[in-house]
Ligand binder design. Structure first.
Ligand code: AMP
Ligand code: MG
Length: 298
């Protein structure tokens, strides 16, 4: 199936694997719809277009996680950037570089401190505030697929949503899973990360980007502090137990860049990262030592 623009494959072995995989896909279809603000079946749709508050346990929990990472990352992760993503044209074909005054006026419509979560209820402090969970929803999808598989008794599986991966347990032969990190500037991989019971999630500038007339490449991740596409990295790959946090942190670290991002992540327990700069230099957090094999690039 297509999940948020990426094909999903689930590899699992064992007697009960078939039905477990089917159940996981049912869960993924549901998440795919309900977390997509463009889908009228999602409560985010009416929230964005008509300022209607809603109650949804699962979405509220993900928003809470998003606000946590927003706080921890100094505002680099912000689920209210939707009007800016729209301004820069990443939801449509009309991609163009807006002028600074427009960027500033649209940026004034955003702000993660204007989202209110109380229990399962989600509201906004100002009309017009819009949510985009595109930077974290795939993490929830990976988390739920893994939960469904585990509850069905599957002890070994790999869930792969276009390179964003959850590695459940160990491989059939007892070894840990080996997850490749894609070369953000061409074919092949730049590193292999060895994990079990971990999510490996990448944010990169190659996913959805456009090249302006002057040759500048603009990608779909916005720096909420400037209102402009982030440019510090080619990609960043995050390894963490919780796929939701992994996904949010990948987007946040992509905004922060290698220098600031590395300092922050070293001080954050349970989250590791590999940064690939636009010059294809690689740096990783100390917790990946012994788990990462860097390929020499041509
Ligand atoms: P990801 O591929 O997980 O890094 O998510 C990128 C998507 O998250 C974009 O397509 C936007 O929908 C949304 N987004 C862009 N910039 C941000 C940001 N600074 N914080 C949170 N979400 C963002
Ligand atoms: Mg993300």
């Amino acid at each position: 199936m297509l999940l948020m623009g990426s094909y999903v494959t689930i590899t699992a072995a064992g007697r009960d694997a078939g039905p477990a995989i089917d159940s996981a896909f049912v869960r993924l279809e549901d998440i795919n719809r309900r977390f997509n603000f463009r889908d009228p079946a999602s409560p985010l749709h009416a929230f964005n277009l008509r300022d209607e508050p809603f109650a949804d346990r699962e979405i509220a929990a993900v928003i809470r996680a998003a606000l946590d990472v927003g706080e921890a990352g100094g505002g680099a992760f912000d689920i209210t950037v939707q009007p800016l993503v729209e301004l820069w044209g990443f939801y449509s074909e009309g991609r163009a570089v807006p002028d600074s005054a427009t960027v500033e006026s649209v940026r004034a419509l955003t702000g993660r401190d204007r989202v209110v979560v109380k229990g399962d209820s989600v509201g906004k402090l100002v009309p017009g505030l819009r949510l985009d969970l595109g930077g974290i929803a795939k993490g929830q999808a990976l988390a739920e697929a893994a939960r469904v598989l585990r509850e069905a008794g599957v002890g070994s599986a790999l869930v792969d949503a276009g390179g964003d991966v959850y590695a459940l347990g160990r491989r059939q032969d007892g070894g840990e899973w080996r997850v490749g990190v894609r070369n953000p500037r061409g074919g092949g991989i730049v590193a292999v990360i060895t994990v079990s019971d971990r999510a490996v999630v990448t944010s990169g500038d190659y996913e959805r980007a456009f090249t302006a007339e002057d040759g500048t490449v603009y990608c779909h991740i916005i720096d909420p502090r400037t209102g402009r596409p982030a440019r510090a990295l080619a990609s960043v790959t995050v390894v963490a137990e919780d796929p939701v946090r992994a996904d949010a942190w990948a987007t946040a670290l992509f905004v922060l860049g290698a220098e600031e991002g590395l300092a922050l992540i070293e001080a954050t327990g349970g989250v590791e990262a590999l940064f690939v700069t636009p010059a294809l230099e690689m740096r990783h957090s100390s917790g990946l030592a012994g788990r990462i094999a860097i390929d020499s690039l041509p």
